[in-house]
Design a binder for this molecule. Structure first.
Ligand code: 4AD
Ligand code: MG
Length: 463
């Protein structure tokens, strides 16, 4: 017996004498002469319609047990469907119910549920239409990302999850320790004695794989990371997670221009790939979630992104006929409302802002000759704001040492990172794409917690 996936059966659309499928019941419709059961196996948005006839040996029992949520295996004949709505349906010859789902207690009944409610049943929500589409599109985005880099000869490198260095220097790290929190060992001057901890020093969950990506780029020229990163920022917004996935390409012999070019080509590639591989899911988002999804995708693929400097962006924001909540002033960071104004209202497409003030950016970004700005760039997307953050890296040893010290960081912690500038240093650049923000942007989903299977955020760690 070969089991076939429902997506393949529906895509193929041909009758077949003998077919077996497995999945979960979405709905059951009992008529006088027979019963329709919609079965979904996660391979597509569409269900397969199964027809149960009373001549089935266990008809009464099956009817009783096959409620919404039950798991089932059906063997039968694929025939052209006489009804509208589908080309093909499965006439059951044998039905095996694996597990029932009591309609009195199973939370996913036919009615529409709010995303807030569905977050409380994170272990079941993937069985709904919306989350099925979200996680198929998420998978397609990941495939597109690997394809993009592999075709260009980038090596996928696996940066560590536990690290001793703070890449962003922002101190938003989760500590990793095996010390007994009820009886923490202390040094003579009452500091926590990390020499007794698992690693013999303090360790954290990584906020970014960039520093390790730079190490590898200095050997393989072009590399990328794709993995989970962690930030202990207490941000309860629809665009922040405590655990999120990041994609970080790093290129040796590359400047900021090349970095921005790569970011633009990269986003275009992902959108094109997803539109081609998940057309029904994307149409679902456009009709049910956000009716600008397909127009935005088309816009990304077919238009050049706008590029301007931070200084130009500030000038435009100052001229804007709009009351912003946060102040606009050269030297202050752009807030999400400013980013969205630029991308959504002013240019109506993604905007790449470069050369930010040195004070508001990380220590590793290359200092410009004006000594006031650094070679940073952010890609700002309509609805999302910052989706990519990147920079050309400081490759000059003395300047980098100075920047680390100016930011109050400890030079010794970065000895190996500084070695990259001592031995065979080259101009290099890279960026980080927030993977969940990409999936949000692609699908139009309003809350970032609804595009990752198991969201982690302040006070949220269930499932
Ligand atoms: O701008 P960020 O902090 O840049 C870095 O971490 C660099 N080391 C990247 C690099 O140059 N290799 O983060 C990069 C992206 C942001 O643009 C945003 O899309 C996403 O990561 N991001 C988050 N996504 C979800 N939740 C959070 N708390 C995020 N913080 C950043
Ligand atoms: Mg950033």
């Amino acid at each position: 017996m070969v089991t076939r996936r429902i997506a393949e059966i529906l895509g193929n659309g041909q009758p077949d004498e003998s077919v077996t499928i497995q999945g979960w019941v979405r709905t059951k419709r009992e008529l006088k002469e027979f019963t329709f059961v919609e079965v979904n196996d996660g391979s597509s948005l569409a269900n397969l319609q199964v027809v149960l006839n009373p001549d089935l040996p266990n008809y009464a029992e099956v009817l009783e047990r096959l409620n919404t949520g039950a798991s089932v295996e059906v063997a039968g004949v694929l025939v052209e469907s006489p009804a509208k709505g589908q080309r093909i349906e499965l006439k059951a010859k044998e039905v095996k119910v694996y597990g029932e789902a009591n309609p009195e207690t199973y939370p996913l009944q036919k009615k529409r549920h709010s995303f807030e409610f569905l977050r409380t049943i994170g272990h079941l929500r993937s069985r709904t239409n919306t989350f099925g589409s979200v996680f198929r599109v998420r998978n397609a985005c990941a495939t597109a990302i690997h394809q993009f880099f592999q075709e260009r000869g980038f090596l996928w490198i696996h940066s560590p999850i536990i690290t001793a260095s703070d890449c962003e220097g922002a101190g938003e790290m989760f500590a990793v320790t095996t010390l007994n929190l009820k009886d923490v060992p202390r040094t003579d001057n009452q500091e926590i004695d990390y020499s007794q901890d698992f690693f013999g020093k303090s360790a954290y969950l990584t906020v970014s794989g960039q520093l390790e990506a730079e190490v590898m780029a200095m050997a393989f020229s072009n590399v990328y990371t794709f993995g989970p990163t962690f930030r202990a920022e207490n941000s309860n917004t629809s665009r922040h997670l405590a655990e999120f996935w990041m994609v970080e390409p790093e290129m040796a012999f590359c400047d900021l221009q090349g970095d921005m070019d790569l970011a633009e080509a990269f986003l275009k590639h992902i959108f094109k790939f997803v539109l081609e591989s998940c057309p029904s899911d994307m149409e679902f988002f456009n009709s049910r979630i956000d009716n600008t999804v397909l127009a935005i995708a088309d816009n990304i693929i077919n238009n050049q992104f706008e590029r301007l400097t931070y200084t130009e962006a500030i000038a435009l924001l100052e001229k804007a006929d709009k009351a912003f909540e946060y102040p606009v002033k050269w030297g202050l960071d752009l807030q999400s409302e400013h980013e969205r104004y630029l991308a959504e209202e002013l240019f109506k497409k993604p905007v790449i802002v470069n050369d930010y003030p040195v004070e508001i950016k990380a220590f590793y970004m290359r200092l410009n000759d004006d000594e006031k700005t650094v070679r940073a760039m952010d890609v700002l997307a309509p609805k999302i704001g910052e989706i990519i953050g990147g920079s050309q890296r400081e490759e000059r040893l003395e300047v980098l040492e100075r920047r680390i010290q100016q930011q109050g960081l400890n030079l010794d912690d970065y000895w190996w990172y500084l070695d990259l500038r001592r031995y065979g240093t080259v101009p290099h650049a890279g960026f980080g794409l927030g993977f969940e923000r990409l999936v949000q942007f692609m699908t139009g989903m309003g809350n970032i917690r609804d595009v990752i299977p198991f969201p982690r955020a302040p006070l949220t760690v269930e499932f």
